[in-house]
Design a protein around this ligand. Structure first.
Ligand SMILES: [Zn+2]
Length: 282
């Protein structure tokens, strides 16, 4: 079974639920690292001959249009991470729709192709936002990877189906690709992105990836460009968040290369066309 590799393309100061995260009005004044880090990832993907899905924050795309065009030219799927990186459950249905529609338009103007896949900021579609999936369909997306099917600090839909599945909404169907979790002593744990990907040894990530594949599911790996950059500036936050946000940045690139070496990965859209019918649960 092939797996899915995704990058959430945003900068080091886009960490959510931290008081020191700057407001969108101040982003233009911040030191930027996204271009160099994203380029390093694109080069690593080329060296290993793989294509991935890039969920791009459209604010970043407006500022660095050339890197989005470059990702597209190199054969990666250009997907949407919205425009202003606001948690979904802090927005109205209307402002959420406007944000993700604006992002889609910006990204499609840059690539000249439809942008079909979306991932919300911070996995913040929750039970408080029952309109979330409907708005994603209304904005014109077909595939979504916004569900975190486990408990987490913020966001998450802990009772969600864990395999790719169809969500029926009043606006039409949406193909949902939840973030991959595996069972660890009866608990749903994500070994495949964020702090746990950086914290756990590669041997554990590999064995958990194999376990997920044996159960008939793809692994959806996710990474941010800042996570391969040990020298990026730090946001002020609690000790526990500091640990989660910045642990093992220096070893992450090597870990990603090992994943890509040991597991065949493709963009979400490609995976869908090849496999979805075989694993769908309605
Ligand atoms: Zn994000």
């Amino acid at each position: 079974m092939k797996n899915i590799f995704t990058v959430d393309v945003e900068d080091w100061y886009h960490i959510l639920e931290v008081e020191s995260t700057p407001d969108v009005q101040n982003w233009q004044n911040m030191e930027t690292r996204v271009e160099q880090n994203f380029n390093a990832l694109l080069d690593m993907f080329d060296e290993n001959g793989v294509k991935v899905t890039c969920f791009i924050l459209a604010w970043v795309a407006e500022r660095f249009p050339h890197i989005i065009k470059e990702a597209h030219a190199r054969g990666h799927e250009v997907a949407s991470h919205g425009y202003s990186h606001q948690l979904v459950y802090t927005q109205s249905a209307e402002s959420f729709y406007n944000d993700i529609k604006k992002a889609k338009d910006i990204l499609e103007d840059l690539t000249g192709e439809p942008v079909d896949s979306y991932r919300c900021p911070g996995f913040s579609i929750t039970e408080e936002t029952p309109w979330g999936f409907e708005k994603i369909v209304e904005a014109g997306y077909k595939y979504d990877s916004s569900v975190f099917p486990a408990n987490r600090g913020h966001g998450g839909l802990s009772d969600s189906e864990i395999a790719p599945h169809i969500i029926e909404t009043p606006a039409g169907n949406l193909f949902e690709y939840p973030i991959t979790i595996a069972d660890l002593f009866g608990k749903r744990v994500c070994f495949f992105g964020g702090g746990y990907l950086r914290l756990f040894p590669y041997s554990l990530i590999r064995s958990m990836s194999k376990k997920v594949n044996r159960s008939g599911r793809p692994v959806i790996y996710y990474i941010h460009p800042r996570e391969i950059d040990p020298h990026h500036p730090r946001l002020e936050m609690s000790k526990i968040r500091t640990f989660k946000s910045y642990v093992n940045l220096e070893t992450t690139m090597t870990k990603l290369e090992r994943i890509i070496h040991d597991f065949e990965v493709v963009p979400l859209k490609h995976w869908h066309k090849e496999y979805f019918e075989k694993v769908v649960t309605v």
